[in-house]
Ligand binder design. Structure first.
Ligand code: CFM
Length: 546
């Protein structure tokens, strides 16, 4: 869709963004700053190393493995093997909510477990200390599972966390102990940690419990981490429709759920980036297809519900889904009718993670707002351009670092949930079966797509476009707000949420309305900073342009 709004010439913007860089850096960044065309979808350079010295938004492999994928499961004891500084990240730091069924049920999310490695352990090895820590955790909590996460020094000194885990697992007999080689440097970003986590959960957890749960339409919700209660809202809607969440990867999840995941009939994937490996491996081993869904945005939620019903192909379910949509939509519509006149025509920029920079564009478009620039921190080309580019992606040395599991059909448990012909028929109906279209096909022509945006580039973009809202995280928040532009945190939701489903859409509309229509942003500049020309302007990144 071509925009009617007048925006700066994007080629000129790109020039301006890279102009101050040394030639080599400019050449590299040029490949990650792309002028979008939804028809032809140009190639984006993604999932490559950040240029040293550039301030990136990215995190590390340990963050992706422990923090993102394993963190939200409440009854695993997650031990960080490393110095205490990394240990900070072993407890709840990401607003991933959880709801134990009874007050007695295990919930270790609020605990912080670390082996607290000292210089002595770095010099003489830390495995002994690790085993003592595992024993202590077992004696104190008797958990169903203990997971060990390697931080950078562990890989450097060569501690074998896998052997230590195996030894302790055998010793206990009733506790599943396994380790992750997710040292921070394993990849170019947290994305490597996602892959490592997927492999570990697949190898050590999925398939251990063949119990058949109740429910006619059973799916796994993949890539939904229950930030701000998002998964609770999806569960509320599913319950109304009669759809059962067999297991969730991994918001509000338990060890038992993950071990039983192979008994579901569909893997519905919210965040493709962090968990697509799991979808593929479960398809190969158990015959469960995966399908991309999106519950961010009221329209997208309705569409996703219809797709799930179409997948199961049951007339009663389809009717129920329509009934639920009819019931939920009027309250959404009432709020949008009130807010739309105030938000319509405003502009947004989204630079976050590996999936939300795409998903949240749906909510902004429901608000009548335009996304003028967006990008992921650590996604791969397929998240931008669509999965059809996968065969053409060169595997570089950084990606080779991560094990690709060889997965074969399970001799007993492999059961294709749909035949090839049925899958083709579903695809023909527009269902994204085992595929994902990516972000760019949905974005406006001539909007900017920037991968792994630098701090400097963010400031320049704000200066040039003066967007009405900028979406990123806590590291960017106050710098951006000091420029007179409100920043919405799309990682933690600024203590708000949920933003999924119908209730979530309403929450989001209201929060964004309050932010973009708040007059305070025009008052950011201190009186002594004002000149006659800049009186009306918001603060600019003047130190950048001088
Ligand atoms: Fe997936 Fe996520 Fe995201 Fe992500 Fe994340 Fe997150 Fe995110 Mo922060 S798993 S890629 S590694 S949707 S923690 S819940 S908000 S960067 S866009």
């Amino acid at each position: 869709m071509e925009s009617k709004t007048q925006f700066p010439d994007p080629s000129q913007v790109r020039e301006e963004l890279i102009e101050k860089y040394p030639a080599k850096v400019a050449k590299k960044r040029n490949k990650s700053i792309i002028i979008n065309d939804p028809e032809t979808v140009p190639e984006v350079q993604a999932n490559v190393r950040t240029v040293p010295g550039i301030i990136t938004q990215r995190g590390c492999s340990y963050a992706g493995c422990k923090g993102v994928v394993l963190g939200p499961t409440r009854d695993v004891v997650n031990i960080t093997h490393g110095p205490i500084g990394c240990g900070f990240y072993s407890w709840l730091t990401r607003r991933n909510q959880t709801k134990p069924e009874t007050p007695e049920d295990a919930n270790f999310i609020t605990y912080c477990f670390s082996t607290d490695m000292q210089e002595e352990n770095i010099v003489f090895g830390g495995e002994k200390k690790l085993k003592v820590a595992i024993q202590e955790a077992y004696d104190l909590f008797h958990p169903k599972a203990i997971a060990i996460f390697s931080t950078c020094p562990v890989g450097l000194i060569g501690d074998d966390v896998h052997a230590a885990s195996r030894e302790m697992k055998e010793k206990f007999g009733d506790c599943n102990v396994f380790g992750f080689s997710c040292e921070g440097y394993r990849g170019v970003s947290q994305s490597a940690g996602h892959h490592i986590a997927n492999n570990g959960i697949f190898k050590h957890m999925v398939g251990r419990n063949n119990e058949k749960k109740e429910g006619k339409f059973k799916l796994n919700l993949l890539g939904e981490y229950n930030i701000g209660g998002d998964a609770f809202e999806i569960e509320r809607i599913f319950n109304k429709c009669g759809i059962t969440i067999n297991s969730s990867f991994s918001g509000n999840s338990t060890v038992g759920q993950l071990e039983n995941a192979h008994m579901a009939d569909l893997n519905a994937i919210m965040c493709h980036r962090s968990i697509n490996y799991m979808g593929e491996m479960m398809e190969a081993k158990y015959g469960i297809p995966w399908m991309k869904i999106n519950f961010i945005g009221a329209e997208s939620s309705a569409k996703s519900l219809r797709r799930i019903a179409e997948y199961f192909g049951d007339a009663e379910l389809k009717a129920k889904v329509e009934e639920v949509i009819k019931e939920e939509m009027p309250k959404v519509k009432a709020v949008i009718d009130e807010i739309l006149p105030r938000t319509s025509g405003k502009t947004a920029m989204l630079f976050v993670g590996g999936s939300r920079a795409h998903h949240y564009q749906d909510l902004f478009s429901e608000l009548g707002m335009k996304t003028v620039a967006a990008g992921y921190e650590f996604a791969h080309r397929d998240d931008y351009e669509g999965r059809e580019v996968l065969p053409g992606i060169k595997v570089d040395a950084d990606s080779k670092n991560i094990e690709e599991l060889k997965v074969e059909a399970d001799p007993e448990l492999y059961k294709p949930r749909k035949s090839e012909a049925e899958l083709e028929e579903l695809k023909a109906k527009g269902l994204e079966i085992n595929s994902y279209e990516g972000m760019m096909k949905q974005m406006m022509k001539k909007s900017l797509v920037v991968d792994d945006i630098s701090h400097y580039e963010s400031e320049k973009l704000i200066e040039i476009y003066k967007p009405d809202i900028f979406c990123a995280g806590i590291k960017e928040k106050y710098v951006v707000q000091k420029m007179g532009v409100p920043l919405k945190q799309l990682h933690s939701y600024d203590y708000g949420g949920p933003y999924t489903g119908f209730e979530g859409a309403i929450n989001f509309y209201r929060d964004i309305d309050r932010m973009v229509n708040n007059p305070v942003w025009k008052l950011i500049k201190a009186p002594w900073q004002k000149t006659a020309d800049s009186e009306k302007e918001s603060l600019s990144a003047s130190y950048v342009t001088q």
